[in-house]
Design a protein. Structure first.
Length: 127
């Protein structure tokens, strides 16, 4: 379990770096950042709940991403002030977009599929 959490944490940190870079490089489409955000959330949930089934992780990560996106519709003064900070902008986002929902769906699904492929590959290798 510790070993798998370590690998998931390494992937998690790598995705954060890629996500930040995707916002700094102008020719990368903005949806890539949202895609990577969902991948990052998937692996964060996997770190926290390592024994849950992959589909449960997929579903929970989608709920978190969708929840954060729909929270962007809430525009109270205190949360707008938080969103003005760098951390608030990266974690809570700026404004609701349906395209973000689509990017989150593809991101979480891609993480789910890639994890299944990787686990099958490493399980075959260790046999």
């Amino acid at each position: 379990m510790i070993k798998s959490r370590f690998y998931y944490f390494f992937v998690f940190l790598s995705i954060i770096i890629l996500g930040i870079l995707s916002r700094k490089i102008s020719f990368i489409p903005l949806w890539i950042g949202d895609f990577l955000y969902a991948v990052m959330i998937y692996f964060l949930v996997r770190i926290i709940l390592p024994f849950k089934k992959a589909f449960s992780i997929f579903f929970l990560s989608l709920l978190i991403c969708y929840g954060i996106e729909f929270l962007q519709l809430y525009q109270s003064e205190w949360i707008v002030e938080i969103r003005k900070t760098l951390f608030g902008r990266y974690v809570l986002g700026q404004g609701f977009l349906w395209s973000d929902i689509l990017a989150y769906t593809f991101g979480a699904f891609s993480a789910f599929i890639l994890e299944q492929i990787a686990l099958n590959f490493f399980n075959r290798k260790s046999v």
